[in-house]
Each structure stands twice: as structure tokens, then as C-alpha cells.
Design a protein around this ligand. Structure first.
Ligand code: M6R
Length: 607
């Protein structure tokens, strides 16, 4: 959840650290802090701009330092609780992303030994523990190793000391850490974004790794082995990809990138004319997949809703029974998993802790574990046996937009991949793959309607509640549309199966309660129309998302937003883009910062 960034090299550290932190702001941003050797600690509530102001012109000449953006888990988001945290003598400085579960007992025993704590955080126990080890044996590295052996929980750590000003020790357990390797300088961060400008050569740490980093060296070890091999990788994203590209918000930039994102997800993965999907990431488990008789998809938030669309796709084309589970519930209900079960995690960040833990539970029970992940080198990508990358590029806006669409595209490819290996005919495969290939053009067409969508949001700008309804493929679309509106506009919205209206929600309907009805020309069109009429006869205003050429709908709905005609199974991609734009315009009209909705962070690495 938090962002960590460190530099050690031959340049002034302050500007590098501050710029790096600002690129990490999307990860969490209730407070920020920095430590540099000749400068000490500066901490502030708020974001990097505040920290930069505090440091002001007095910026130091230090050539190393550690920096942090906090998203509070223990203790209020104030200056005292912001990181870095020091020991009693102000000689050891610690920055932490994660949660130390046994911090209370550690703190109690340290306090008994005379340590004075100043914050309410779990992190502070780490700096005092290191101090305690240093009393016995003045070896910095061994003191850190001894400390880590006592910690229970998750961490991505940056640790430095006044005695070793250019050495930064980093450690990973459950929270991501990547080391950027430069010439005469090295970087450490929670993800590649702040490093990309300086170097593309990176080493991703695995859980249990500890690395000792100086300007000219890095050595990776574990708690027991003094040195282990962790080869570097070249990451091709550039920083420009992570900037707003001229749009006012990342959210709009990312929605506008959807056609390209779909191209990227499909690139090299369809065999035109044969109706086949070629998924290199699944090749290694292709034989095992043939014996799979049940697939469980796990994810959170929008990734869960992509999974629901995937359920229809994979059952329809892939011929495998599919269940979709909220990752946050999965392991608490003792799931029954056989060796012929595959569990597929869907996650943009690849770091969502609930999704990761669901996957680990499935692995413990012997399932084949797979992933649909966007962030290359993320924990989920590393812990799955096989999977498919989205290649959607970095998604900075907290609301998932382009990544969510690419998840559906990848799930469509998986449905085709599995289906053609089972009973799906070549004819159906060809039809579906042709429909997939035409998607970028169709989405581009939807994107040209952004002004029409904006005009509709203006009409409903005072509404306090919205209902979203749909059937079959459009049911998960309704759920996702409601989530998107809630998270960026803070207005109440609820997604419902259109057929469920008479079972309760219809009671809420009156002239002040608008409904967004997703009603493409599909196999359940007539039934959804009946549900819309149930609403309009009770004076409920209806905004319909319908297929171009549908003139009947204009006689029923108050407003209509059109999507082009496509394969029934792919209508969610087009209607979700409409609903993303609807949420965007509705929220920005209210002057809200859609990229950073209150109370939320991009990557949810706590349970
Ligand atoms: O990184 P993930 O795909 O695992 O994230 C899952 C959810 O946290 C995410 O989709 C969240 O619901 C978004 N804010 C939705 O826009």
C-alpha cells in the first residue's frame, strides 16, 4: 500500500528521492517522509508537495537516502507516525510497507528493556530491535537479520544507519521490492515506476530475500544464506508511459488508451482463420489443463467483476464449470479443491494481498494455480505456475479502467484457448476471434461519444442514488458500473441483476432514483426491456446503454447511450467503457480528483 524509494550513489539524493516519491503517490498518500545522512529525518502529513516545501532550499548534499509515502495501517496519518522511524539513539532509520502482526509483543518487551517509543506504528519496533541487536554485536547486517527473524507479518523494508550512510539494507516479505541497477548508483523501490528514468535494469526480490545495497554493489541473501543469485531483468516501460499524456487525469488517459491496450493483449495470441488462441504463458501447463474439470476465479473489486464476465466466457466457450469467488472470502470458507481444480487469480497489480492469500491456500490444497496479471514481476505473477500477462502498461488512476478491460480480453483468449482444446468448433472459434480482433476499432468509436456521455451526466448531476441493471453478460457490467461511480464520485450506486428488480429493489424506484440499464441487442434483450418498463411505469428515469440502430429503446428510456454491434459475449467491453466515462464525467463535474479517491489506494497489500 505504501510507497518506498531509496537512492545510494554519486549524485545529490534529495531531488532524486522527491521526484521518485511523487511518481509513487498513487500507492498511498496520507503522509510522507525522508531520511538523508547529513540532514536527518523530515516527515509530514499530506503528500510529496508538502515534504518538498518542508525541505525547501536547505536540501542536503547527501548522496544517499530513504523515502516513504504512507497509507496508514497502525496509528493516525500524522507527522509522528510517518516514516522513517528511528531507534532511541537516532542512529538506525527504517521505512516499511506492510504490517508487523506481532508488534505489540515486540514493543512490550523492548519497552521493558528501556526503549522509548514515540509513535503508534508497528514499524517503530523494527528500529528498536535493530538497536538491541547492535548492542550485542556491532554488525549492522547481522543486526538486521536477527531482527527479521523475530518479525511476523509482511514487509518491504528500507534500513540505513548513521554508521553506514551509503549502505541501504532492504528486505521483502509479502510487500514488493525492486532494486534498480545503475552505473555508480543503485535504487530501491516498491515498484519500477520511480526507477525507470534512471535505469531499466532491475532485480525483483522474492519473499524472504534481503539485499545489501551500496552505490556500486548489491548482494542478495536470505536469513540463512549469505548470498543467493537473483538475476536482473530489463523492464521496457518508460516513465512517459506513466505520466498523464496531456489529459487532466490519469483516469481519462487510461480510458483513452483502451484500444491500444486491447491490441497489446491480443498481439500474437490469435491465429487468424483457425479460430485458435496461442497463449505462451499457458503452454507449460497445457497437458494438465486438459484434465481440469473445475475452474475457480478469484479476485477483488473490478478484477472480481472481470472474473464474473470470464465465468460466462469460459463456461460458454471453454466448456469447463467455473465459479468466481471474492478473494477476500475464499480461504475463510474452507474451499474443497481437488487436484483437477485450477484456481485463476485476476489482478492488475499482482500484489493484492487477499488475492495472493487465496492463491496460496489453493496451492496448499494442490490446485493448479494460474494468473491473469498486469504488473510484470509482481508477487502473484511469480507465485503462479503459469498465466497470461495483460500488457496494459502501468495503471496509475486508482479506479481500474484499461486494466479491467484487458482482463476481460485475456479471459476471452483463455476461453478460446481452453474451448478449442475441448469441444469448441473451428467455426465458432473463428467467429469469436474475428470479433475480438475488431474490438479496438469498436472501442475507439465508443470513445468518440465521450461528450454525449458527459451531457447525460450533467442532466443527472443532482441524483444521490443510482441503480445499475443488466442480465447475462451485462449483469457483471452493472456491478462494475456501480462500483466505478461509487469510488470516484462518492455517490451511492448499486448493481443488480435486471431480473431481480421485482424481488426487492423496485420498491426504491421513484422519479428521483435513476437507473442505468445495460440492454444491448443480445439473447436477453426482450427480458431486460420488460424490466426497464417495470421501472419507467413507476416513474423511474432510465438511462439505457443500447446497441446502435435500436430505435425502440428511445421510446422507453429517458436517455440512450449507444455502443456498436459486436459479439454478444464481448458487449461488456463496450458497455463498461461507456460506464467508465459516465463515472469519470459525473465525478469531475463535482470537482473531484478521480485519480485519487478519498480513503482508497491503488494497490491493496493489506487484508
Ligand atoms: O490490483 P488488483 O486488480 O488486484 O486490484 C483489485 C481491486 O483492488 C481493484 O480492482 C479496485 O476494486 C479498483 N479500485 C476498482 O476500480
Amino acid at each position: 500500500m505504501c510507497g518506498i524509494f531509496a537512492y545510494t550513489g554519486d549524485k545529490k539524493a534529495a531531488p532524486i528521492l522527491l521526484e521518485g516519491l511523487s511518481l509513487l503517490e498513487y500507492r498511498g498518500y496520507d503522509s510522507a517522509g525522508i531520511y538523508m545522512p547529513d540532514f536527518g529525518v523530515v516527515k509530514t502529513p499530506g503528500a510529496v508537495a508538502e515534504l518538498t516545501k518542508r525541505i525547501g532550499d536547505t536540501a542536503s548534499d547527501a548522496q544517499s537516502g530513504i523515502a516513504h509515502l504512507r497509507w496508514a495501517t497502525h496509528g493516525e496519518p500524522n507527522e509522528v507516525n510517518a516514516h522513517p522511524h528511528a531507534d532511541c539513539n537516532n542512529t538506525v532509520f527504517v521505512i516499511h510497507n506492510g504490517i508487523i502482526e506481532n508488534f505489540r509483543e515486540l514493543r512490550e518487551s523492548l519497552e521493558k528493556r528501556g526503549h522509548k517509543f514515540v509513535s503508534e506504528t508497528d514499524t517503530e519496533a523494527i528500529s528498536h530491535l535493530i538497536e538491541e541487536f547492535l548492542k550485542k554485536d556491532n554488525d549492522f547486517e547481522e543486526a538486521v537479520i536477527g531482527t527479521l527473524q523475530l518479525l511476523r507479518g509482511t514487509y518491504g523494508l528500507l534500513i540505513t544507519s548513521t554508521k553506514h550512510p551509503n549502505t541501504i539494507i532492504t528486505a521483502r516479505m509479502g510487500s514488493p521490492v525492486v532494486i534498480g541497477l545503475g552505473e555508480g548508483e543503485n535504487f530501491i523501490a516498491s515498484d519500477p515506476t520511480p526507477i525507470l528514468k534512471h535505469t531499466k535494469k532491475m532485480v525483483f526480490l522474492s519473499d524472504g530475500d534481503v539485499a545489501i545495497v551500496t552505490p556500486t554493489s548489491h548482494r542478495v541473501r536470505t536469513l540463512t544464506e549469505r548470498e543467493i543469485a537473483r538475476p536482473s531483468e530489463t523492464i521496457e516501460w518508460d516513465v512517459a508511459e506513466a505520466s498523464r499524456g496531456g489529459y487532466e487525469h490519469f483516469m481519462m488517459k487510461e480510458i483513452m488508451e483502451t484500444p491500444e491496450v486491447i491490441e497489446n493483449a491480443l498481439r500474437g495470441r490469435l491465429i487468424p482463420g483457425e479460430g485458435l488462441a496461442k497463449l505462451g504463458g499457458l503452454e507449460s501447463v497445457k497437458e494438465r489443463l486438459k484434465s481440469i474439470d473445475r475452474l475457480i476465479i478469484v479476485g477483488c473489486g473490478s478484477a472480481y467483476y472481470s472474473g464474473l464476465v470470464g465465468e460466462y466466457l469460459i463456461e460458454g466457450f471453454g466448456g469447463i464449470p467455473v465459479e468466481v469467488e471474492l478473494a477476500s472470502e475464499f480461504r475463510y470458507r474452507k474451499p474443497i479443491i481437488s487436484p483437477n481444480t485450477a484456481v485463476l487469480a485476476v489482478s492488475q497489480s499482482g500484489e493484492t494481498l487477499d488475492t495472493l492469500e487465496a492463491l496460496r491456500e489453493a496451492k496448499r490444497q494442490g490446485a493448479l494455480i494460474l494468473g491473469v496479471v498486469n504488473a510484470v514481476g509482481s508477487t502473484i505473477a511469480r507465485e503462479t505456475e503459469a498465466g497470461v500477462y495483460n500488457h496494459a502498461g502501468p495503471e496509475i488512476g486508482v479506479a481500474s479502467t484499461k486494466a479491467m478491460i484487458s482482463q476481460i480480453v485475456v479471459l476471452s483468449l483463455i476461453a478460446l484457448f481452453l474451448g478449442r482444446d475441448r469441444n469448441l468448433s473451428e467455426k465458432t472459434g473463428v467467429e469469436f476471434s474475428d470479433a475480438l480482433r475488431s474490438l479496438p476499432e469498436l472501442v475507439s468509436k465508443v470513445l468518440t461519444t465521450t461528450d454525449a456521455i458527459k451531457a447525460v451526466t450533467e442532466k443527472y448531476k443532482n441524483a444521490r442514488d443510482f441503480l445499475y441493471i443488466g442480465r447475462k453478460f451485462s449483469f457483471p457490467v452493472a456491478l462494475e458500473g456501480a462500483l466505478k461511480l461509487k469510488e470516484v464520485s462518492y455517490v451511492h450506486a448499486e448493481g443488480y441483476g435486471a431480473g431481480e428488480m421485482k424481488h426487492g429493489p423496485l420498491a426504491m424506484i421513484d422519479e428521483h432514483f435513476p437507473t442505468l440499464a445495460i440492454v444491448p441487442n443480445d439473447s436477453v434483450y426482450e427480458k431486460t426491456i420488460s424490466n426497464i418498463i417495470e421501472i419507467t411505469t413507476r416513474k423511474g428515469p432510465v438511462i439505457a446503454i443500447a446497441t446502435e440502430g435500436d430505435t425502440e429503446i428511445t421510446k422507453i428510456a429517458n436517455d440512450v447511450l449507444y455502443i456498436p454491434k459486436t459479439h454478444e459475449a464481448l458487449t461488456p467491453i463496450l458497455s463498461i467503457v461507456v460506464l467508465q466515462l459516465f463515472a469519470y464525467h459525473f465525478a469531475t463535474e463535482k470537482g473531484l480528483n478521480v485519480d485519487r479517491p478519498r480513503n482508497l489506494a491503488k494497490s491493496v497489500t493489506v487484508e
